[in-house]
Design a protein around this ligand. Structure first.
Ligand code: PLP
Length: 418
């Protein structure tokens, strides 16, 4: 046994963690964390405590006044949450992150913190359903006006800008369920031309595939519920961005509004981040294989997946997404009418035994849904038609099962209809 192993250097057990500028994402994902405790635990500690004991009245006063760093109360901050924030920010290549109770909590915090009545937002029409409702309806009640525009047509974004009033551009790429890709660099340029900020919801790719800051995005929003946890266990969210913006403008609102992440959920995500890179690679490869296989099935009319050369924004997706298509795809079953399409889609979903019929994705287990009757079920027929979501559309969140088993599972519902 070497001397250093027999008698660990007193400085070492606690010094691991602060991300080093030279580290690659693989290293950040498993090593970046707050310092170890005096016990030298190897796995990240879970601090299930609502408050922190102060040394004496004087230092309590200093911490509350913000004159001294230190933990006070878990609505403000907590070491486990801080580790998750540090690791995620480093993976996104951004200075800072604030963890929130869910992805929607992150958008709520963003808008509460940065907007006031009379401000204007430009948002893609293809963002997550709850985002459309929150941004358009809930914040609309407080006088924040939003223009919804095409995911892919830059001229619509440009025409919607109102210099002096537009504060935020909000995009999600690739979109759900049709996997349409928007050009992050072009949107960042538009935003910056009118002194607005570009926010990108990076749930679908995660920082393992796409780092929006590299293309000029000012803020990155996450639902940790998806790939960051990666095993379908917990709700979580985060905003990543410049330290000053987050700490000066958003943290005070978070402390007051209580949109904080529980330490337990932060710990689950923190451990999930350790395997994010290998999961995203493996799940993307499986998704590409499945997309190619689906393309060859006579019962399938169309496959939507950015990793396929036929995808309309394939080249842009490959540039933005580290050459990977991601792990979510959708496809349309061939049918002569919307009624027949719905029957065939339901029959295919019901014939699966392996895929889970659930609206979530980003799990190690493959999920299958019928967007027209679930996530997009509340839209009118006209709205659904405008969004391109037909009755024959099926979305798959590809997990880690063997591709042959997934193909066999889907083939059961496809083959009789060829
Ligand atoms: C799930 C999801 C959200 C919302 O996240 P929650 O953690 O469920 O609140 C936002 N955006 C996208 C793209 C999502 O998939």
């Amino acid at each position: 046994m070497s001397a250093s192993r027999a008698a660990p250097d007193a400085a070492r057990p606690t010094d691991a963690g602060a991300p080093d500028a030279s580290w690659h994402p693989d290293t950040i994902a498993v090593r970046s964390a707050v310092p170890r405790t005096a016990y030298g635990e190897h796995s990240d500690a879970l601090f299930l405590t609502s408050s922190f004991v102060q040394q004496d009245a004087q230092s309590a006063a200093a911490r509350f006044a913000g004159d001294e760093d230190g933990f006070i109360y878990s609505r403000f901050s907590n070491p486990t949450v801080a580790s998750m924030e540090q690791r995620l920010a480093a993976l996104e290549g951004m200075e800072c992150a604030l963890a929130t109770a869910s992805g929607m909590g992150a958008i709520t915090l963003l808008m509460l913190g940065l907007l006031r009545s009379g401000d204007h937002v430009v948002c893609s029409r293809s963002v997550f359903g709850a985002t459309l409702k929150l941004v358009g309806e809930v914040f609309g009640k407080f006088g924040v006006e939003t223009s919804f525009v095409s995911q892919t047509d830059l001229s619509e974004w440009k025409a919607a800008l109102r210099p002096g009033r537009t504060r935020l551009l909000f995009a999600e790429t690739p979109s759900n369920p049709l996997a349409e890709v928007c050009d992050i660099a072009a949107l960042a340029a538009l935003a910056h031309d009118c002194d607005a900020l570009l926010v990108v919801d990076n749930c679908f790719c995660s920082p393992a595939l796409q780092r929006p800051a590299e293309f000029g995005a000012d803020l990155v929003m996450h639902s940790g519920t998806k790939f960051l946890d990666g095993q379908g266990r917990t709700l979580a969210g985060a905003l990543c961005g410049a330290r000053e913006l987050l700490e000066q403008r958003l943290l005070p609102v978070q402390r007051s509004a209580g949109i904080s992440l529980s330490p337990f959920n932060a710990w689950v995500v923190l451990k999930g981040l350790e395997t994010l890179g290998v999961r995203m690679q493996a799940q993307s490869q499986r998704a590409l294989e499945l997309a190619r296989w689906l393309q060859q099935q006579p019962a399938v009319a169309r496959v939507h997946y950015p990793g396929l050369p036929e995808h309309p924004q394939h080249a842009l997706a490959m540039k933005q997404q580290s050459g990977q298509g991601g792990a979510v795809l959708s496809f349309e079953v061939a049918a002569a009418s919307p009624q027949q399409a719905r029957e065939r889609a339901f029959a295919l979903i019901d014939a699966t035994r392996l895929c889970s019929i659930t609206a979530n994705f980003g799990d190690t287990r493959t999920t299958i849904t019928h967007p027209a009757s679930t996530s997009h079920g509340r839209l009118s027929d006209a709205q659904r038609a405008a969004a391109g979501i037909g009755q024959g559309l099926i979305r798959i969140g590809v997990g880690l099962e063997h591709p042959a088993d997934l193909q066999a599972d889907l083939a059961r519902g496809l083959s009789p209809r060829a």
